[in-house]
Design a protein around this ligand. Structure first.
Ligand code: SAM
Length: 320
């Protein structure tokens, strides 16, 4: 089976799998009011795929696409029952790089088992160190617990990066303290421009801190030297003198669609070629390889060329 590519030379070499679409936090960029929050936090048993079915789908996608990287996300992937076995299964399929994005709430006890199962690298989302600001971002008090999770991950030998969504008027005050925290632990930290997704579809601008505004804030304390961008990378990086390596994922200011290599699989078995698409493409295990090839071409055609255009699907559903 030939690898799927488009005329711009893009292929799918990274698969992001949303294991479930519920979460134990209620971050303001994912969910809006109380009703949505209750729904996001409900431990719905219907929004996950059993591990054997999920592994069969991943195996088949790997055979068709020769994936180099898989990233497990959600919802909150640490809530997935049987996560450790799932990681062992993915390793056995032969995908060389297994990564995960988590809010860290359950990381303290899971870090070592994850590492032992074959996980190499995790991104921990941490939007504030101040408890009140953290609560304003996530509607939960858990900074200490997440820090214990990060330290457990480092002790287990996992490669850890921090992700911070920068939201004007909410956590601007936290960007510098988080950089200092990252530096203390020798971690890379990436700041994300807020994206027009889900309930923010038509109003992300209200909270957008642009790449230049983020750089202005960081420059109050650090001299920043730009580093080279790696192909397909979502972030551009700077070395902060006396501080951490800082990345900015600037979906709005500096879109990176041109060499995007990501395919997304949600917890119902739908694929998406682009975060801007709210058209799920269903994959069925009973379908032929040829039919999967057609679905994958459809997903490739969803990719934007120039910029992210927004979607009314939240990352909670499609996978962040
Ligand atoms: N629960 C896990 C976590 O918190 O990392 C994984 C899923 S969560 C959807 C992954 C990440 O998506 C968030 O931490 C955040 O960085 C990003 N995200 C979600 N919605 C976003 C938005 N509207 N704009 C920017 N980033 C967003």
């Amino acid at each position: 089976m030939a690898v799927i590519t488009d005329k711009y030379g893009r292929s799918f070499s990274t698969l992001r799998v949303s294991l479930l679409h519920h979460c134990n936090l209620g971050c303001v960029y994912c969910v809006s009011g109380n009703d949505e929050l209750k729904q996001a936090n409900a431990s719905g048993k219907t929004d996950t795929m059993a591990a054997d079915r999920l592994l069969a789908m991943i195996d088949r996608l790997h055979r068709q696409l020769q994936l180099s990287t898989i990233r497990l996300t959600g919802g909150e992937p640490l809530l997935y029952p049987g996560l450790v076995d799932l990681i062992r299964g993915i390793k056995a399929i032969g995908i060389s790089s297994i990564k995960l994005t988590t809010n860290g709430f359950l990381l303290e006890r899971l870090a070592l088992p994850l590492k032992e199962a074959g996980m190499q690298s995790i991104n921990v989302s941490l939007d504030a160190l101040d408890e009140d600001v953290f609560f304003a971002m996530s509607r939960r008090h858990s900074v200490d617990r997440i820090i214990r999770g990060i330290d457990a991950a480092l002790a287990a030998g996992l490669n850890v990066k921090l992700n911070t969504v920068a939201m004007k008027g909410i956590n601007d005050s936290q960007l510098l303290p988080l950089a200092a925290f990252a530096a203390e632990r020798g971690l890379k930290i990436r700041y994300l421009e807020v994206m027009a997704m889900g309930h923010l579809y038509a109003q992300a601008d209200r909270h957008l801190l642009t790449r230049d505004e983020i750089l202005d804030i960081l420059s109050r304390r650090y001299v920043l030297t730009p580093l080279d961008r790696e192909a397909s990378a979502t972030a551009r990086y700077w070395q902060a003198q006396g501080g951490p390596v800082i990345g900015i994922i600037a979906n709005e200011s500096e879109p990176f669609c041109r060499d995007c290599d990501r395919l997304r699989l949600d917890s119902s078995g739908n694929i998406y070629g682009c975060l801007s698409s709210n058209h799920p493409i269903a994959l069925g295990l009973e379908e032929t390889e040829e039919e999967w090839g057609q679905r994958l071409q459809q997903a490739m055609a969803q990719k934007q060329l120039v910029r992210f255009t927004g979607s009314d699907l939240s990352m909670l559903q499609i996978g962040g």
